[in-house]
Design a binder for this molecule. Structure first.
Ligand SMILES: NC(=O)c1ccc[n+]([C@@H]2O[C@H](COP(=O)([O-])OP(=O)(O)OC[C@H]3O[C@@H](n4cnc5c(N)ncnc54)[C@H](O)[C@@H]3O)[C@@H](O)[C@H]2O)c1
Ligand SMILES: [Zn+2]
Ligand SMILES: [Zn+2]
Length: 358
């Protein structure tokens, strides 16, 4: 059921000192082509911690402009502004978290993430208000319909993490023939594992430094083997794959040593995709890549059409991103939510509203 929005609401801001600030702000009114969402689930991404929460490190597209935080929003439309063409009050929607100009080459491909307009490209939770509030103003063109079979918590993770994981796997192509190595078992790495499994991968190997995350990957049945990060990882992965190495590797750690492991532990003709952001990597192009005929991809979030495809496939595969959520908080406890995600002693951390706050 839809509801009339109040005049004021709470919104969480990140001042950049490992703190959160809950402020009272005015509930926006949707203009032409815009909708107002009642927030239902808003999950925290590793990028929020790396670029905003601890310190405002991000530049350009990762620059935080003092807006309401949260770039994984999912909710229900309570008001649709004039000129909306598809979505209406009552619809359950995921917000593709970057609003682009809509008319540059990247936007026309559906990759609003890499929109080239310096004026119109604004990401929710970075340069325009995001999901850590009672209500969110969104543009209709940024919305993905959430199928009835999926929960709002499933949908929130599609907005960045699962969308990113799915895009990376579609670029390298994963199927039942492949052993998959995942370096970094944070929410993105766990999403890669869940989707790889659904795509048919029979042997999934994960590497992390945190016991909590390695245990979660095994307990949820997402990894068949987990390794503690270390100098022997390449040999250990080969030992687990008849001496060859994996067909596919995905870095979700952004750690330089782990990235090199992902490249080196991939067998000849294999494919690697980097999803982890920031940092650097050092490897020997001839020995580690060229002579093994390997392909290295970079991948940044996803497209609107692939997110539509992803939610459809999540239903077909009967898998739920919500399974990765280990902790739910109300907006009044948003400080605890960010502090926990920053500690790493968790799976996915969510701020929830209404029926999602069980
Ligand atoms: N490419 C994109 O479009 C995109 C989108 C979203 C997030 N990201 C990035 O993806 C990464 C993962 O996101 P997340 O939300 O899971 O964040 P996260 O920080 O929770 O996950 C990173 C994981 O890597 C692990 N790690 C650290 N050092 C390691 C090492 N040496 N070996 C193996 N693992 C190691 C950490 O313990 C942690 O579990 C982050 O860098 C994030 O900024 C990229
Ligand atoms: Zn993100
Ligand atoms: Zn654009």
């Amino acid at each position: 059921m839809t509801q009339t929005p109040p005049v004021k609401m709470r919104g969480a801001f990140l001042p950049g000192s490992s703190k959160t600030e809950l402020r009272e702000v005015t509930v926006p009114t949707p203009g032409h082509g815009e909708v107002l969402l009642r927030m239902k689930a808003s999950t925290i991404c590793g990028s929020d911690i790396r670029c905003i929460y601890r310190e405002h490190l991000g530049k350009g597209p990762e620059g935080y402009q003092g807006v309401i935080a949260g770039h994984e929003p999912c909710g229900q439309i309570v008001q649709a502004g004039p000129g909306c063409r598809r979505f209406k009050e009552g619809d359950r929607v995921v917000v593709y978290h970057i609003s682009g100009c809509g008319v540059c080459n990247d936007c026309r491909r559906g990759y609003m993430i890499s929109c080239t307009s310096p004026v119109y490209r604004r990401a929710y939770g970075w340069q325009r208000d995001g999901g850590m509030a009672d209500y969110l103003l969104a543009e209709e063109k940024d919305l993905i319909a959430l199928p009835d079979e999926l929960t709002y918590l499933d949908g929130a993770q599609v907005a960045c993490g699962f969308g990113t994981a799915y895009e990376g796997l579609e670029k390298i192509g994963v199927c039942g023939n492949d052993a998959v190595l995942i370096t970094g078992l944070g929410p993105v790495g766990l999403a890669v594992a869940m989707l790889s499994r659904a795509m048919g991968a029979q042997k999934i190997i994960g590497i992390d430094v945190l016991d909590v995350r390695m245990k979660l990957a095994v307990d949820l049945g997402l990894c068949d083997a987990v390794l503690s990060a270390g100098a022997d990882n390449v040999q250990q992965v080969r030992d687990l794959t008849n001496g060859y190495g994996v067909e596919r590797a995905v870095d979700c750690s952004a750690n330089s040593a782990a990235r090199a492991t992902a490249i080196r532990a991939t067998r000849p003709w294999g494919k690697i995709v980097f999803l982890g952001e920031g940092g650097s990597v050092s490897f020997n192009p001839s020995e580690d890549l060229l002579h093994g005929q390997k392909t290295l991809y970079g991948s940044w979030v996803s497209t609107t059409w692939r997110m539509e495809e992803l939610v459809e496939r999540l239903v077909r595969w009967n898998i739920h991103p919500e399974k990765l959520v280990t902790h739910r908080f109300g907006l009044d406890e948003v400080d605890k939510a960010y502090a926990l995600m920053a500690s790493g002693n968790c799976g996915k951390v969510a701020v929830c509203f209404d029926e999602e706050l069980k």
